[in-house]
Design a protein around this ligand. Structure first.
Ligand code: ADP
Ligand code: MG
Length: 331
């Protein structure tokens, strides 16, 4: 007979694009897109996560795939709640949630009411303690930055809906900027470019694939290209074209520039002592967008401060959420 209760520390990253779930001692047990498929007539949830994402752009009438979080805010609370519950159920089969401490990282734009509601959803699974943490702080902790120390740490987290640029010292955000230009906007820019240059309509999933496989924002010798198919704007028939890396660079120029401008604005507003630290230690980039080829080089070329890509950019926030419970114990 076992008398002890194994209490666990759990981190959840509720992101616009992806939801991750980490259990201390077990690792990341869930990595799913934040997507829900619903029957639009009775609002019944038909699928969540990767199953739902695979249906994007392929659903018949009456069925819709929805991202319940958009641009860093919860666009549909009811669906966010149902999605989160389904994810938790998937992992909870392993009995990890009862009497756990759960830290959840969330986009910075959510309201106090939404925070309370997330707290409630998480409490319902039997958590002993729930803690909410801003994504940039979670990402900074998860990427190994010494956020406890009185030094300036700069993190740029580029997710699906928002880019968060923040300077953190002594566990607090000193200065930050959140902009609604991130992965989704890059995909849209590719869709717009292909439409204008090739008279071709492509879907969101194709655009994301182009970005991930041959997207680049800084020129180098290795110029790749990719064949993509879409619907001809004039004939309405399917057609394939080849898009090159330099064409994608052109397509991404404007949204990427807004990110660079935000970084410059934050640096300009940062107190001088902290700027000196950042010059010295460099800038960390995290989130899926950190994987965009050449982004670190482009930022460096614009601001002359070294830029480091976090070891596992997509995992930083969830690991940081899990780890912040340890930090709380120590203070
Ligand atoms: P969120 O925190 O908003 O859920 P994530 O940090 O999970 O976002 O990042 C998701 C975004 O990262 C998506 O827009 C996705 O297309 C993008 N992404 C993932 N891998 C890559 C890659 N290799 N290159 C460029 N973008 C990527
Ligand atoms: Mg994120």
């Amino acid at each position: 007979m076992r008398f002890f209760i194994t209490s666990k520390d759990i981190g959840i990253d509720l992101g616009t694009s992806n939801t991750f779930l980490y259990v201390k001692g077990k690792g990341i047990l869930l990595r799913e897109p934040s997507v829900v498929t619903v029957n639009t007539k009775n609002r019944q949830v038909l699928a969540v996560g990767i199953d739902a994402k695979n249906m994007t752009g392929r659903t018949p009438e009456g069925i819709e795939t929805i991202q319940p979080l958009k641009d860093g805010v919860i666009a549909n609370f009811d669906l966010t709640e149902q999605m989160l519950k389904k994810f938790i159920d998937k992992v909870n089969g392993k009995g990890v949630f009862k009497s756990s401490r759960i830290a959840i990282s969330h986009p910075s734009g959510i309201t106090e009411v939404e925070k309370r509601a997330i707290n409630e959803v998480i409490s319902q699974v039997g958590a002993r303690k729930v803690m909410l943490i801003e994504e940039s702080v979670a990402a900074a902790i998860g990427s190994g930055l010494p956020v406890n120390e009185p030094v300036g740490n700069m993190i740029i987290n580029i997710g699906g809906g928002t880019t968060e640029v923040a300077v953190i010292s002594l566990q607090g955000i000193v200065i930050s900027k959140s902009l609604k230009v991130a992965g989704d906007e890059l995909d849209k820019a590719i869709i717009g470019y292909v439409k204008k240059e090739f008279n071709l309509i492509i879907g969101k999933r194709t655009a994301e694939k182009v970005k991930i496989e041959v997207g680049s924002v800084y020129a180098d010798e290795d110029e790749r290209n990719m064949k993509i198919s879409g619907r001809d704007l004039v004939t309405g028939f399917p057609r394939a074209v080849t898009i090159t890396e330099s064409q994608i660079r052109e397509a991404l120029k404007e949204p990427v520039n807004s990110v660079i401008e935000a970084i410059k604005a934050v640096i300009e507003q940062t107190p001088p002592e902290l700027t000196a630290d950042i010059m010295d230690k460099g800038i960390m980039i995290s989130g899926g967008g950190a994987l965009l080829k050449g982004l670190n080089k482009l930022i460096y070329s614009e601001i002359n401060i070294p830029v480091y890509i976090a070891e596992d950019p997509l995992d930083c926030s969830v690991l940081g959420a899990g780890m912040c419970l340890d930090i709380i114990d120590k203070i």
